[in-house]
Design a binder for this molecule. Sequence first.
Ligand SMILES: Cc1ncc(COP(=O)(O)O)c(C=O)c1O
Length: 367
Amino acid sequence: MAYKVRFVEPNVHYQRMKAEIDGTIQDVLGRGDLIYRKDLKQFEQNLADFVGTRYAVGLNSGFHALHLSLIAAGIGPGDEVIVPAHTFVASVSAIVLVGATPVLVDVTEDYNMDMDAMERAITPKTKAVMPVHLNGRICDMERLMAAAAKHNLIVVEDAAQALGATFKGKMAGSFGLTGCFSFYPFKVLGALGDAGIVTTDDEEIATKIARLRYNGEDRETGEYHYHGFSCLLDNLHAAVLDVKLRHLPQWLMRRREVAELYRDGLSDVGDLRLPHFAGDAYHDIYQNYVIRTPQRDALVSHLKENSVETLIHWPKPMWEHKGLGLETPQCPETEAICREVVSLPMNPEISDENVAYVIETIRQFYA
Ligand SMILES: Cc1ncc(COP(=O)(O)O)c(C=O)c1O
């Protein structure tokens, strides 16, 4: 179905960037620089500078950023890792696939980890905590880092949805041992396919992840230090991401503008709950604009009938996917969120007119 308002507009995005993207692709292909070349190094440096860490290591996905972070940090069988129940499956899969036990804790109304629940979940087996900065908003990292310091826990930040978000002026991905980002095409910084990166201040961890991504090899010496993986960020992707990174600050501003338009148009509407939360410490970048209502399913149908594309992140709790083999935790807020949330079209390309149309369509539903 052709929607009047699409959730994201990758074709419009490309048309606006066409000259720069095409020029970059031609330049890289013309040089024949496909694997492990200067564009990768340059993007890693620029991304590390943006986040404010010493190192960044480019990978082919956000999942591998999490997975290799956990391996490099020495997390494995017998270890518990605390993670919010309301997150993308990849956060939890990364923990399971290193042989550790994910301990799922509930979230609060801003969709981020409940810090009381996180502290209650700490046991002698807890080795790490994985805060997930969901929808472009950072967790309360002051409280999380204090708890981690007190209990000697490793912090691996899942910042896949939060590039450019800050807490007390500090960027997502610069608090923990590592920060893990995704450049899935519809993230705030999107590649031409999937891609990801790890940020860190720790030289040893950066070196280890750089080897793990390339079969365990040290590229300088040719020595294989361990059995590794094959999940390097392609040079061509890195070159395109580097071009896009220059535009990111403007795109994030536009996302915040769109969020304000939604806020102005929807703040007095029925039982809707909007994603604007208290706290001057937070600078949110609206990876997703998530609204919440017990009438979610009817509202989604109404929007679809009126040609507005929406997405639900996520329609059922992870543990209800039986194939994942997860125990059912006590997470009533996550369960309610799965029943009640819907994400509205949010991207830098959306026009003010289309935002107004989405608002009007929602107001009609409630009228
Ligand atoms: C919160 C979160 N964690 C991890 C990931 C995994 O990233 P990728 O899809 O690049 O593997 C994503 C991406 O969708 C995500 O949203």
